[in-house]
Design a protein around this ligand. Structure first.
Ligand code: GLU
Length: 387
């Protein structure tokens, strides 16, 4: 019998759909998977070289629990250079993906009855981790009319005496919601009035900001709040390294230590080879990331135009990340619910994830981290399936 804690959570629907698409392909079906957020680019050669070198040099043993000194230093460089967050290496930790950083931070701090504010639509794993830890999810509902961003007033209304964390994901999954500096400063004003609230700033899509404003993140804009902000980043989405499983986090020393205490009993250290590869990613050339971003921008524009041309579908232009969050409300009656719509599209050869997986409704998420040719064919199939 599974535990009471595990009964509170469901399997990840993003990874479930991706596994299903992979299985159907193995059975010979022609399936285009736009279900998982994973750049299709090859991992850069200098990163692969660093991984090979690590193997050749015998870096195949345990490392310190929170990551090698070299990677902590490289991650601190990344936080300073790319996010304008100045942290010493002892305020940085490394886990097997941003997901594990978030998992350990919430498990280390959330107890029964604690509340965690999660803006919806949300990334699938946030509410599940909160529930697994025994916490209560307090949603803030956002909509397309406001580019899926919540206001200081909505934040104020959601905060209570038991609020432990606010989850903040900008650029966001699954909607691409991106908070400009002035909006973050408005949220900071509210947070200053509520010292019990910590902020999980999930910046994993930092390099994928299509606005022309400079990148904005809370810990850099409100340094007086930095001792209650955990900023999470990594190399998966930026450097096409999803399989390496390296995520990094910067925050107050007590929290970093708490996460490492837990990690010492869960996974131990992150993979030694992947850590060496991540050092090369953070310390190596970064200019190609701008080229990649422009490729994603072109794909985004292609997908948004094609989606809005299909009767019954609509989506706003996402400002960041690589997802379009599509409304299909006029079509839902035909299918019953968005999960059935997702299965119908799968039957027509396209794997996407239903909006309800993300706390949304009557629609679906497309990842546009695929080639233009693949996206065109997928959108053609979706148009055929729905008209
Ligand atoms: N974060 C990505 C997504 O939402 C990867 C899958 C996952 O971990 O949920 O597609």
């Amino acid at each position: 019998m599974i535990s009471e804690a595990l009964q509170r959570i469901a399997p990840s629907r993003t990874t479930a759909m991706t596994d299903r698409a992979t299985q159907l392909r193995a059975e010979g079906r022609d399936i285009i998977s736009l279900s998982v957020g994973e750049p299709d680019f090859a991992t850069p050669p200098h990163v692969l070289d660093a991984a090979r070198r690590a193997l050749d040099e015998g870096q195949t043993k345990y490392t310190p629990v929170g990551g090698t000194a070299a990677l902590k230093k490289a991650a601190a460089l990344h936080f300073r250079r790319d996010l304008a967050i100045d942290v010493p290496a002892n305020q940085v930790t490394v886990s097997a993906g941003g997901k594990q950083c978030i998992f350990h931070a919430l498990m280390a701090t959330v107890g029964h009855g604690d509340e965690v504010i999660v803006p919806a639509p949300w990334w699938v794993s946030y509410p599940e981790i909160v529930r697994f830890a025994g916490g209560q999810v307090v949603p803030i509902v956002t909509g397309a009319a406001h580019q899926f961003r919540f206001t200081p007033g909505q934040l104020e209304a959601a905060i209570g005496p038991r609020t432990k964390w606010l989850m903040l994901n900008s650029p966001g999954n699954p909607t691409g919601a991106t908070y400009p500096a002035e909006m973050l400063l408005g949220l900071a004003d509210v947070l200053r009035r509520h010292p019990q609230v910590m902020v999980m700033s999930d910046d994993i899509y930092a390099t994928l900001n299509y606005t022309h404003a400079p990148y904005a993140t809370l810990a850099a804009l409100a340094p007086d709040l930095a001792d209650r902000i955990l900023t999470v980043s990594g190399v998966s989405k930026s450097h096409a390294m999803t399989g390496f499983r390296i995520g990094v986090a910067a925050g107050p020393e007590w929290l970093i230590k708490a996460m490492e205490r837990l990690q010492s009993h869960s996974s131990g250290n992150p993979c030694s080879i992947s850590q060496a590869a991540a050092v090369a990613a953070f310390e190596g050339p970064q200019d190609f990331l701008l080229d990649w971003r422009e490729i994603f921008r072109t794909r985004r524009d292609l997908v948004v135009a094609a989606v809005n041309a299909i009767p019954g579908l609509s989506c706003p232009v996402p400002d960041g990340a690589f997802y379009c969050f599509i409304d299909a409300a006029p079509l839902i009656k035909r299918f019953g619910d968005d999960e059935k719509l997702a299965l119908h599209l799968l039957d027509h050869g396209v794997a996407i994830v239903a909006a309800s997986a993300f706390g949304g409704r009557d629609g679906f998420r497309i990842s546009f981290a695929a080639s233009e040719e693949t996206l065109r064919e997928a959108l053609r199939r979706i148009a055929v399936a729905l008209t």
